[in-house]
Design a protein around this ligand. Structure first.
Ligand SMILES: Cc1cc2nc3c(=O)[nH]c(=O)nc-3n(C[C@H](O)[C@H](O)[C@H](O)COP(=O)(O)OP(=O)(O)OC[C@H]3O[C@@H](n4cnc5c(N)ncnc54)[C@H](O)[C@@H]3O)c2cc1C
Length: 457
């Protein structure tokens, strides 16, 4: 027997993206279903560094985490140079959270306000009728077959794209993730046998030998517990980060002094510009699914929440107009791409530059003051590089760059391309018909940039 269910919106995946959206839609009067294959104790179970900036909650209206979901308040980030002789302290408020407890609180609120939640329910197929997406077919762990029909299906299943991948290949949302545009990341949550100094500062270590094309981190979750891990660029033949953790990081006393391993696992993180489109007919894809992640540090929870916020506004608009086609849902693209998407694309250009530097160049950049703490912060918040600023600043940099003139030119070039890509994203097409031409321009820009940088991946 197959049970058939009809909703206005079906959200598949209740991680940061899907559960934020379910929470935002909970009081709208729309009939909403939220599905996930995990159970209550494994909600938001994807491995993560568990760090999130406080500003994401201000921007999206989601509740700030409270204890016990809030495990450690964060006052800033310490960024270490490859030699670890230099430390940049970047101030900014944030939280170390228990993902499961915070995720549960959102899902519970949604459920209490009438959202139907189906856990232990795996979506296996999409339901297409006459070339149109009508719903999804799922199976519960008890073997019950369910068919969900809705005007809008939201894919929030992460980078695996359980729904997106099953859509017709001609649909532009079906955009594959290149391996080199993702990080393979691994982390352990551990109890340590010593008191962590200044647990309110999370630590990032830039070191291409340990974490090629990425970084390793030490994020305290209280005085004696930490989330420790690393991400390496995919598709380049680097060793798996779990192996690096065991072989290299465990030899460091602050990492190796673990007394208990609470969790350990790894996963993929997209580290690129956003997907070319987050919507198509009756379809929305947000979170890792739409590649809405910060390409520099791989932080995806806050970006998923912002994408969910824009999806919520767009869904309300679509129901007002009764239009669930790509045109009716296009507002999500306009909201995301012209705002956070433009910044994300700028950071993606910067990410590609950083990934082809070696430790000596990174050390030198930090030592000469070219990358100062305030600039590191500004670059990551705005997606702009200061190398493009006023004459005085340029002269200062120039003086410091004596001996490395090619680096000055490179930096200037990177800053220019960051600007250009942002301009392209701010001019994101107003309608779906203009998308192919715009995608061509973006791809052309990347091709040109990579050629100039000498990047072949
Ligand atoms: C090691 C590591 C460290 C990271 N550190 C940080 C960090 O410190 N801060 C930060 O902000 N981000 C971090 N990230 C990124 C962050 O974890 C993701 O960006 C974020 O979880 C994305 O949320 P999401 O909801 O899009 O997807 P996910 O969290 O992947 O959630 C997807 C959900 O969909 C469900 N699902 C999938 N397929 C199906 C199906 N067929 N049927 C039903 N359900 C399905 C899954 O069970 C899951 O619950 C890290 C990532 C990794 C791998």
């Amino acid at each position: 027997m197959t049970r058939e269910l009809k909703y206005d919106v079906v959200i598949v995946g209740l991680g940061p993206a899907g559960s934020s959206l379910a929470y935002m839609l909970r009081k709208t009067g729309l009939r909403i279903a939220g599905l996930d294959w995990v159970d209550w104790d494994h909600l938001w179970g994807k491995p993560c560094g568990d760090a999130i900036g406080a500003h994401h909650f201000e921007e999206t209206g989601l509740p700030h985490p409270q204890p016990p979901a809030l495990m450690q308040k964060v006052s800033g980030i310490d960024i270490y140079s490859p030699s670890e002789e230099i430390r940049l302290r970047v101030y900014g408020e944030g939280y170390m959270i228990s993902r499961n407890l915070y995720g549960r609180s959102l899902v519970k609120e949604a459920m209490d306000s009438g959202v139907d939640i189906y856990l232990k329910t795996r979506v296996g197929q999409v339901i297409m009728e006459n070339g149109k997406l009508r719903g999804v077919a799922a199976t519960t762990r008890d073997g019950e077959k369910l068919r969900f029909y809705a005007d809008i299906i939201v894919d929030a299943t992460g980078s695996g794209g359980s729904i997106r991948r099953k859509l017709p290949p001609s649909w532009p949302v079906n955009e594959p993730l290149k391996k080199t545009d993702a990080a393979v990341a691994y982390r352990r949550i551990v109890e340590l046998g010593y008191d962590i100094e200044e647990p309110e500062f999370i630590r990032i270590y830039l070191n291409q030998r340990i974490a090629p094309g990425g970084y390793w981190w030490f994020f305290p979750k209280g005085k004696r517990s930490a989330n420790i891990g690393l991400g390496v660029q995919g598709g380049r033949g680097h060793p798996h980060p779990a192996q690096i953790y065991r072989d290299v990081l465990m030899k460091r006393p602050e990492v190796g002094s673990e007394v208990k391993v609470i969790a350990d696992s790894g996963a993929l993180v997209p580290t690129r510009r956003p997907a070319n489109t987050l919507v198509w007919d009756n379809f929305i894809g947000i979170g890792d699914n739409g590649y809405t992640v910060n390409p520099i540090h791989g932080g995806g929870m806050g970006y998923a929440m912002t994408a969910a916020r824009h999806a919520y506004e767009t869904i309300m608009e679509a129901f007002e107009k009764g239009d669930y086609t790509r045109r009716g849902l296009w507002g999500l693209n306009l909201r995301y791409m012209k705002g956070l998407g433009a910044k994300q694309a700028g950071l993606d250009i910067f990410r590609i530059f950083l990934q082809q530097l070696d430790d000596e160049e990174i050390e030198w950049g930090i030592r000469t003051g070219i990358m100062r703490a305030s600039e590191a912060y500004e670059t990551s918040v705005k997606g702009e590089l200061k190398a493009n600023l006023g004459i005085v600043e340029k002269a200062r940099i120039l003086a410091k760059l004596l001996g490395r003139p090619s680096m000055l030119l490179k930096l200037k070039m990177v800053a220019d391309y960051m600007k250009q890509v942002k301009t392209l994203y701010k001019a994101y097409p107003e309608n779906p018909e203009a998308l192919p031409k715009w995608v061509d321009s973006v791809e052309q820009l990347y091709k040109e940039y990579k050629e100039k940088l000498g990047v072949t991946w």
